[in-house]
Design a protein around this ligand. Sequence first.
Ligand SMILES: Cc1cc2nc3c(=O)[nH]c(=O)nc-3n(C[C@H](O)[C@H](O)[C@H](O)COP(=O)(O)O)c2cc1C
Length: 226
Amino acid sequence: MVESAAMATPQPLTMPLEEAMRTQRAIRRLKPDPVDDALVLHLVELALKAPTGSNAQNWEFVVVKDRAVKAALGRLNRSAGTLYLRLQRRLATRAGDTRKLRLLDAVQWQADHFAETPVVVVACLNGIVLPWPSIAAASAYGSIFPSVQNLLLAARAAGLGAALITLPLWSRFFARRALGLPWNVTPCAVIPLGWPSGRYGPTTRRPVGEVVSLDRYGNRPFRQPA
Ligand SMILES: Cc1cc2nc3c(=O)[nH]c(=O)nc-3n(C[C@H](O)[C@H](O)[C@H](O)COP(=O)(O)O)c2cc1C
């Protein structure tokens, strides 16, 4: 990807924030049509409006368009995903959970077509994530995932399909090798991007009153009666 003066400046995204938030969801089935570099950079620029611990801005985004690199990430995704899919499919079939089975079909579709994804963005931390003290891991991941959510919302507002996935990162060693990352840059999230084959729509989430406590954990006065 070459940033040049000739690259058109994309239009500002005008979708109302609430609409983008309510309809942003994991879109895994993507058309192979290309996505403009300028648009991808616009999304990453909006991602960079997110906070980081001490405003360190210690992030790196690898925009992958090379088919060989996408294929390498796809192999990683598949090696972790095959076991996951087999297990989840068995559980969902046993439970008669058709919604879960549809989701697993989409996960499978993404695994089968990973190398054809137009663009894959890998959000990385410039640093290593220490498991201890606990604040280190919280600050590290807390400094990258807000930017990832910004990217997902911006993609939604632009009409692009996207999903946050981590299965390709099951081995940091192999993920670093696929992406040419140095040992001290940590890949944290993979976001395949492209024009959606399906449609966006409202997501299914737990009701707010079920997850909000007032003053002390477990005090749930906002819960609606069933
Ligand atoms: C930390 C994290 C890791 C995820 N990893 C994967 C993944 O490896 N593969 C995948 O298909 N989806 C992955 N997802 C996407 C979730 O499955 C998805 O967000 C969830 O099912 C809700 O989907 P919806 O927004 O379409 O309702 C991940 C999401 C998060 C937050």
